[in-house]
Design a protein around this ligand. Structure first.
Ligand code: F6P
Length: 412
């Protein structure tokens, strides 16, 4: 198509990424940029999330630039800047943002983020009439994407966010590797996984050979802790190799004997501009209580930022391009305030346009694991979760060496 005939010729679309990074943000940026420029838009990148619209602005031109969507993280960089006043920052930055949108002649904004970034964008759309489209992003996979998972005839509300497939693969690989060291020392490894409010990512350790798991959705009261320790002992004793990997979400609420309270473990007393504290360290506490109470050697391992790191995987690549196709549809219909989603859980090969839909991009946060996915009495992810994950990860990430050497007795 000749460029003068392009529908949005003369218009500018700008992309920003906010919140924690994922391996799929560059892929999202590239996919949206490619499609928007085909429609005739000039495409800008706003650097460091909302921060790039403050002061003089920090804007780059992406229109004809080479872009590597397989490379993880975000080349536009990210921040947790909040346009609206918060406890940490009482200043209202909306006037600065509006001023810069005008100065740079930005007609449409695509915000790649979770509930915070997209929630703020939705507010700007509602209160100031700024045309915005959201693009989902989080390794925690806890946005309300309203993605249905059909398991044995039952429709379960699942979630599918770009970033989760790559992060799930990283956690499965990490767990699979840890198995050999746990096995060599007949240990229990308590593996801490990102996830403040939901255990979607923690569950991916199952494909690395983990067994029991703890998630933020169910708090560990005194009674539940006692029951948990009993189950750990039983599972460990039953395990053929006398080893266990127990993934736990960083946001697990755990009963503290000294204070008598159930709470998360904080890595820092700081909160960000959206009021989120930083969690970390629960695995160390659980491992040491396992050692003390059960007399089984236990160690803690925090996966932390590893889950977010590295390249975008194949599933995420296809997911982001498919969702970017839906962005085109939203742009053409001028349906702002919306976020593209995948409407059903399907394997990589089937991620196609006809499975997309869109949802209101405001208030999309904190979708906990559906109850069909976790058995609270067994501290285990269910068959339904295995099935869900089996669509996103196409294999198991652990190996086995089945040895059973004959015992030699001293010669008489
Ligand atoms: O974006 C969500 C998240 O991945 C949480 O799982 C984690 O607690 C948080 O980000 C860590 O973010 P930061 O980069 O600010 O330390």
């Amino acid at each position: 198509m000749k460029s003068e005939h392009k529908l949005f010729k003369g218009k500018t679309l700008a992309i920003l990424s906010g919140g924690g990074d994922t391996p799929a943000i560059n892929s999202s940026i590239e996919s949206v940029r490619n499609r928007a420029s085909m429609l005739g838009y000039k495409v800008y990148g706003i650097r460091n999330g909302w921060k790039g619209l403050l002061g003089e602005g920090d804007i780059v031109d992406l229109t004809h630039q080479p872009y590597d969507g397989w490379y993880g993280g975000t080349a536009l960089r990210s921040s947790r800047t909040n346009p609206f006043p918060s406890k940490k920052n009482p200043e209202n930055r909306v006037p600065q943002i509006l001023e810069n949108l005008k100065r740079y002649k930005i007609d449409v904004l695509v915000t790649i983020g979770g509930d915070d970034t997209n929630g703020a964008a939705k507010r700007l759309y509602e209160t100031e009439g700024i045309p915005v489209i959201g693009f989902p992003k989080t390794i925690d996979n806890d946005l309300r994407t309203q993605t249905m998972h059909n398991f044995k005839g039952e429709n379960i509300e699942a979630v599918l966010c770009p970033g989760f497939p790559s992060a799930a693969q990283a956690i499965a690989e990490f767990t699979g590797k840890l198995k050999t060291t746990a096995e060599s020392h007949s240990r229990i490894m308590v593996l801490e996984v990102m996830g403040r409010d939901a255990g979607w990512l923690t569950g991916s350790a199952l494909f690395g050979g983990a067994d029991m798991a703890l998630v933020p959705e169910f708090e560990m009261t005194k009674e539940r802790k006692d029951f948990f320790f009993e189950s750990v002992k039983e599972t460990y004793m039953r395990s053929p190799k006398k080893m266990l990997i127990i993934p736990v979400s960083e946001g697990v609420r755990w009963y503290d004997e000294k204070s008598g309270k159930v709470d998360v473990v904080y890595a820092s007393s700081e909160v960000d501009e959206y009021g989120h504290p930083r969690f970390g360290g629960i695995s160390g506490i659980i491992a040491s209580e396992i050692s003390q109470k059960l007399g089984i050697d236990a160690r803690a391992q925090i996966t932390g930022y590893y889950a977010r790191s590295g390249n975008c995987n194949n599933y995420d690549r296809r997911l982001t391009t498919t969702l970017a196709d839906k962005v085109v549809d939203l742009l053409l219909r001028e349906e702002y305030g919306q976020m593209p989603t995948i409407s059903k859980i399907v394997p990589h090969q089937e991620l196609e346009e006809f499975n997309t839909s869109s949802v209101d991009m405001g208030a999309i946060g904190n979708k906990p694991l559906s109850m069909q996915y976790y058995d609270v009495n067994k501290f285990r992810f269910t068959e339904a979760y295995h099935d869900f994950l089996g669509n996103v990860l196409d294999k198991k990430y652990y190996q086995d060496f089945d040895y059973d050497f004959p015992i030699v007795l001293p010669k008489k």
